[in-house]
Ligand binder design. Structure first.
Ligand code: PEP
Ligand code: MN
Length: 339
């Protein structure tokens, strides 16, 4: 990090700044030019609040040379992180399909969809139990009972399960859940992220609707700073001026995130597009972009789904999609250190 000071800085304020930065464990390299004094900070600058420095009277500008995320940064951890749940691996060349309904509805529904997606090659079963709905009058999910039904589907199929946590007080229900999902609306629920950092199980974090990729990585950093290094990043579309799709799928997020970070990147074309007919082309595009996996909403009766029916595809459509994606995967390997 480089701090450029204003001309003739107040000695006392400069001394205070230097003492403060040194107390954070940073080494200071100061060069006094004719018009400007430049201070180079060496060490772990992720502990520095850049805005606090910028706000000082004696400071002209501050530039970060290094990104503020350390644990998630590929520079410090060049090899890809591989997430493992049971025998299932995700990342580092292990592509995975995460498939299942938006919400768990009944035992018959979740067990039937689980068996179908497994037969089509899915490695992980999804299903919402605690649902973040825009309207308080919409179906809110089955809650703890939904997780019980997911565990039953896991028991029958052997598929590990992923489901969303919305609030810290639900954590007790997640003991047997294999991967915990943090939804787009909670991407910056920092208390939740900190608590999940104390766990030793994978956390999938979805990109917030208006979050930058760096903000997504900082959310991953919250979990990792607590010692939980098993984080999966998920792009699920962002809000733009476009209304033809539910959200706008930012596919460049895949190579950008993968060059910035060693964490696996998954694409959710279902929430990104909001339309079943767009899921297959966007799934293919995501695989071509180098995604480590796809999260896809699959329902055995989309027309009568209790949540997100219009974007849910049938088990047969999922099977066809999975086969198509598998065909192109051998051509979709990239070296991210070179991007
Ligand atoms: C979901 O995956 O069910 C979900 C609600 O997704 P998002 O947080 O991306 O809207
Ligand atoms: Mn959904």
């Amino acid at each position: 990090m480089v701090v450029i000071l204003k001309k003739n800085p107040n000695e006392k304020q400069l001394e205070n700044l230097k003492n403060w930065l040194q107390s954070l464990g940073l080494e200071l390299h100061i060069s006094n030019g004719a018009n400007q004094t430049v201070m180079g900070l060496v060490g772990d600058t992720s502990v520095v609040d850049i805005d606090l420095i910028k706000a000082l009277d004696i400071v002209e500008s501050v530039k970060r040379i290094q990104e503020p995320f350390k644990n998630a940064n590929r520079k410090f951890h060049p090899q890809d992180t591989v997430i493992q749940v049971g025998d299932v691996k995700l990342g580092g060349g292990n592509f995975q399909f995460i498939a299942g309904p938006c919400s768990v509805e009944t035992e018959e529904q979740i067990c039937a969809v689980a068996a179908d997606v497994k037969a089509a090659g899915a490695g992980i079963l999804r299903g919402g139990a605690f649902k973040p709905r825009t309207s308080p009058y919409s179906f809110q999910g089955l809650g703890a009972e939904g997780i019980r039904l997911l565990l039953e589907a896991k028991e029958k199929t052997g598929l590990p399960i992923i489901t969303e946590i919305m609030d810290l007080h639900q954590l007790d229900c997640f003991d047997e859940v294999d991967i915990i999902q943090v939804g787009a609306r909670n991407m910056q629920n920092f208390e939740l992220l900190k608590e999940l950092g104390h766990l030793r199980k994978p956390i999938l974090i979805k990109r917030g609707m208006s979050a930058t990729l760096q903000e997504l990585l900082m959310s991953a950093e919250y979990v990792m700073a607590g010692g939980n290094e098993q984080v999966i990043l998920c792009e699920r579309g962002i809000r733009t001026f476009e209304t033809a799709t539910r959200n706008t799928l930012d596919l460049s997020a895949v190579p950008v995130l993968k060059s910035m970070s060693h964490l696996p990147v998954v694409i959710d074309p279902s929430h990104a597009t909001g339309k079943a007919s767009l899921v297959r082309p966007m799934a293919m595009a995501a695989a071509a972009a180098g995604a480590d996996g796809l999260m896809i909403e699959v329902h055995n009766d989309p027309q009568h789904a209790w949540c997100d029916g219009p974007q849910s595809i049938t088990p047969a459509a999922f099977a066809a999609l999975a086969e198509d994606v598998r065909h192109i995967l051998p051509y979709c390997q990239y070296n991210y250190e070179q991007i």
